[in-house]
Design a protein around this ligand. Structure first.
Ligand SMILES: Nc1ncnc2c1ncn2[C@@H]1O[C@H](COP(=O)(O)OP(=O)(O)OP(=O)(O)O)[C@@H](O)[C@H]1O
Ligand SMILES: [Mg+2]
Length: 472
């Protein structure tokens, strides 16, 4: 069997030699170069599976090689090497299509994972290629449906970042598909055989979340009668999806940052740090910069999470996806039924015109209701769109928000007022607001922690299996 070939480019001869030894131990044949010019010569004389290139070379930026290689031979992966102080540069490299980045001094485990990914990436790229074909034919990328420019860009970002171990921050309004994107990233990563563990940081009680995330030792607090592994340990080798990350307390954000930076954690009540190999994908439906300004999200954690941002546009900004999504959801419901249903022209028209404050989740719920209510040809009347946004009839209510109010305060006022109009019915309030029940819960937790009156009628708290809204 042909051994894979690696080219190592670094101007520091000692470093280059020791890296060559390490890479050979991973069963690569190696060549080395001390400058861009030497590297180009090597590249001219043979094909490589991977180039490990230092970003700061005497005759230019290592990134130049990345750009040239993407043109010349897209089959060659590039892993960039940087001093630990220039992580920003590494991030631009990832955005430009590098497979991964390594900081000096080289961590052996990271190097070995990165090289393992070179082989796996070939396979994954083939798979991404298949998905691209599917995309052209059917307008979908795995489980993700949509053909708008915004979604095509998202697929591109997913395809690029999935095979790396880079942290991803997914932003977008409630119901835009953040969790689905996280699942797709995991499914297209080398970790896909391992677990993808979702944690809703907003729904876990603030007193328990530290031990939920990092685990605890026996006797570390009242009630801790056994040692327990936290989410990080349980996700070892896989991906941890930190949903609603900005709902975490600021103290805990510091601890999370430390785990992300060191790759080690200490259980609550424990003394010894232990290593964990976890890829973190985080999500928030707040604007992260606003959340930083409002003091809800630590700036340092934001930068650490924001290595690779993916933003999902609200559905109203990509109306061309509405019909495709509605067809997909209807198709799923039609599966196995005797007389499948279809949209009438008027229904399609109506779907396209709706503003979709609850985004794809709302659309999915509306399709489900229409499927139940509608005839074989589903008419516009079967689309209970107006009711999804209206409050109780005869009770027109409004709140006044001064210009200059913080978004987070305006949001709080709107949520509390809506809850009141819905007489404390959270399911109804969430639906009216176009957010998921669990998002509503996490906001209310925050308000309760601030001592705001949150008039509520008891509704069952969403369990893990009811992570999204009612009919999701
Ligand atoms: N592009 C898409 N294609 C197909 N289904 C989608 C798409 N986007 C979202 N969905 C579906 O819409 C629902 C909501 O998506 P998801 O739970 O991922 O949203 P979210 O952004 O995580 O929302 P929240 O912020 O409320 O947690 C899910 O059932 C999901 O499968
Ligand atoms: Mg979600």
């Amino acid at each position: 069997m042909n051994e894979p070939r690696a080219l190592i480019v670094d101007d520091d001869a000692d470093f280059r030699m020791s890296l060559e030894l390490l890479v050979r131990r991973e069963r690569f044949v190696t060549r080395a170069a001390g400058s861009l010019e030497e590297a180009r010569k090597e590249l001219g004389s043979g094909a490589f599976d991977v180039i490990l290139v230092d970003l700061g070379l005497p005759d230019g930026d290592g990134l130049a090689l990345l750009h040239e290689q993407r043109e010349a031979d897209p089959g060659t992966e590039v892993i960039v090497i940087t001093g630990s102080t220039s992580v920003d540069a590494a991030i631009s490299a990832l955005r430009a299509g590098a497979l991964d980045y390594l900081c000096k001094p080289i961590d052996l485990a990271r190097l070995s994972t990165a090289l393992l990914n070179v082989a796996r990436t070939k396979e994954l790229k083939a798979q991404v290629g298949t998905l691209r074909g599917e995309l052209r034919r059917l307008g979908r990328f795995g489980a993700l449906v949509g053909r708008s420019k915004a979604m095509l860009d998202v697929y591109d970002l997913i395809a690029r970042v999935a095979p790396t171990d880079a942290t991803v921050l997914i932003t977008g309004e409630s119901g835009t598909g953040k969790e689905l994107v996280a699942q797709t990233i995991h499914a297209l990563s080398a970790r896909r055989a391992e677990v993808l563990l979702p944690v809703n940081c907003g729904a876990v009680s603030p007193t328990l979340i530290e031990s939920e995330l990092f685990g605890h030792e026996r006797g570390s607090f009242t009630g801790a009668d056994k040692q327990r592994k936290g989410y990080f340990e349980r996700a070892n080798g896989g991906t941890l999806f930190l949903d609603e990350v900005s709902e975490m307390s600021l103290d805990l954000q510091v601890k999370l940052l430390r785990v992300l930076e060191t790759g080690t954690l200490v259980r609550v009540g424990g003394a010894e740090p232990m290593g964990v190999d976890v890829r973190v994908v985080a999500a928030t439906n707040r604007d992260p910069e606003e959340a930083v300004k409002a003091g809800l999200l630590r700036e340092d954690l934001y930068y650490r999470l924001n290595v690779f941002p993916i933003h999902l546009s609200p559905l109203r900004e990509r109306p061309e996806d509405v019909e495709l999504l509605a067809d997909r959801f209807l198709g799923q419901l039609n599966r196995g039924v005797e007389s499948p249903k279809r949209w009438s022209r008027a229904a399609v028209q109506r779907l396209r015109q709706n503003p979709w404050p609850g985004n794809v989740r709302e659309l999915k719920n509306v399709v489900q209701r229409a499927f139940i209510l509608g005839d074989e040809e589903i008419d516009a009347e079967a689309l209970p769109l107006a009711s999804a946004v209206a409050t109780t009839p005869g009770e027109p209510s409004s709140i006044r928000i001064e210009v200059g109010t913080k978004i987070s305060d305006a949001e709080c006022a709107l949520i509390l007022a809506t809850l009141e109009t819905c007489e404390g019915d959270k399911r109804k309030a969430a639906e009216t607001l176009g957010i998921s029940l669990k998002t509503l819960y996490s906001r209310l937790n925050v308000y309760a922690a601030k001592g705001l009156p949150t008039k509520q009628r008891d509704a069952p708290a969403p369990s893990d299996s009811d992570r999204s809204s009612g009919t999701d």
